[in-house]
Design a binder for this molecule. Structure first.
Ligand code: BGC
Length: 389
């Protein structure tokens, strides 16, 4: 899909990573060194790297897969890239096949972070380094490295954007003195995805004081993670839950939804549909649509933000993440340890996994151009049409 785009963006991504890692000597640069002639043994020898991605139903994972593949190929590797249609046995089988076929390294974005122990044991026994991509793999010692974003901070940003939209915080994140009360509803991601808890805890670290003081209220009463979680991040599940909340708590009363914490753009679109169709809210925030947050800067949602229907999303530059995973794979294949910038926060139940975390940004209507278009992530035409070209 965006093969060309990600290749073209490679140099910029490497520079950005070097800046982010300035104290550690530029993690991005080793990709370039290896790519331009294979300085180290492993990279020069080539071989196949297995890349296991969860699903093609969300465009971010397609972009991730394309970018990882392009980066590895540029560095002289063959790539076995597989998508598992969000089906756990399929992902297990794909990884089994990769191991049987003798891959030199594995890069895995898991569907359920606890279901790959058998595969990873076999991989470790075969001496294959295992990099968890974006989602941590839990309950196994056989995961060597983790590349992701600062997932707690993503949740903080989601809650911040909600408060900005409601008017409790100003654009700089300072309190305005507005005391509400505002009615909000909460959604979380898939309970088997380790990230979902980080996003939710990050968001609640910001929202809880306002819930305690009464500036924010959750009229449905549904606030604990297990109740608000959305298995497999499914849009239709979120839409159905929003419809149920509207019917049970709002429709036919004088209560109004002011905002919804949503952890992912796909869920946000389901929530917005329910608000419009079941709740009877107008499509524009300016006319009364509640403030809805998001994540991933999916193109359909970026258009909704530009149109004034969704309030915000979180941009995680998948080009940088892909670059970082390639850098880590090459380090292992050169017999080195990849550079980590976090060695404390990601405990998978068996060990703390050394991690490289990237930064994310809040996207509002007024910075779509600077964050997404100027960086080459989406073109103006794509934003205008709401479709990736
Ligand atoms: C990723 C998010 C994504 C979600 C649903 C999470 O693991 O970190 O970026 O929105 O999965 O695909």
């Amino acid at each position: 899909m965006k093969f060309r785009k990600f290749l073209a963006a490679g140099a910029g991504a490497a520079v950005a990573i070097s800046l982010a890692a300035c104290s550690g000597g530029g993690a991005g640069s080793s990709t370039e060194e290896s790519a331009s002639g294979g300085a180290g043994g492993g990279a020069a020898e080539g071989g196949t790297v297995g890349v296991a991605m969860p699903t093609e139903t969300s465009e971010r994972w397609i972009a991730d897969g394309d970018a990882v593949k392009a980066g590895l190929e540029e560095a002289g590797f063959e790539v076995d890239l597989q998508y598992a249609a969000d089906d756990i046995p399929t992902q297990q089988q794909q990884i089994d096949n990769m191991i049987t076929n003798g891959v030199k390294a594995l890069i895995v974005a898991s569907i359920d972070g606890t279901t790959l122990s058998g595969q990873l044991e076999a991989a470790a026994a075969a001496g294959i380094p295992i990099i968890a991509y974006d989602r941590l793999i839990n309950e196994t010692e056989n995961v060597d490295f983790y590349v992701s974003f600062d997932n707690f901070e993503v949740g903080v940003q989601q809650a911040t954007s909600l408060l900005v939209g409601l008017g409790v915080l100003d654009a700089e994140g300072n309190e305005t003195g507005d005391e509400g009360p505002y009615n909000i509803e909460l959604f979380a991601g898939s309970p088997d995805d380790n990230n979902a808890g980080f996003f939710f805890n990050g968001a609640m670290s910001v929202l809880q004081p306002y819930l305690d003081s009464g500036v924010l209220v959750v009229p449905s009463g549904q606030t604990d993670f297990d109740t608000v979680a959305t298995l497999r991040w499914l849009q239709e599940t979120a839409q159905k839950r929003m419809e149920d909340i509207l019917t049970s708590t709002y429709v036919g009363t004088d209560k109004k939804v002011d905002g919804v914490l949503s952890p992912y753009d796909g869920l946000s679109r389901g929530i917005l549909t329910a608000l419009e169709q079941t709740g009877g809210y107008p499509v524009a925030i300016a006319d009364g649509m509640p403030i809805v947050t998001g994540q991933d800067a999916e193109i359909a949602s970026v258009k909704l933000i530009a149109d004034g229907t969704q309030f915000a999303t979180i941009f995680k530059d998948t080009r940088k993440l892909a670059d970082q995973s390639v850098t880590a794979a090459i380090s292992y294949l050169n017999g080195e340890e990849p550079e980590a910038n976090n060695t404390t926060d990601y405990d998978n139940g068996v060990k703390v996994v050394p991690s490289y975390l990237l930064e994310s940004d809040i996207v509002y209507a007024d910075n779509i151009q600077s964050l997404l278009v100027d960086s080459g992530y989406w073109t103006e035409e794509e934003v205008a049409s709401g479709q990736a070209s």
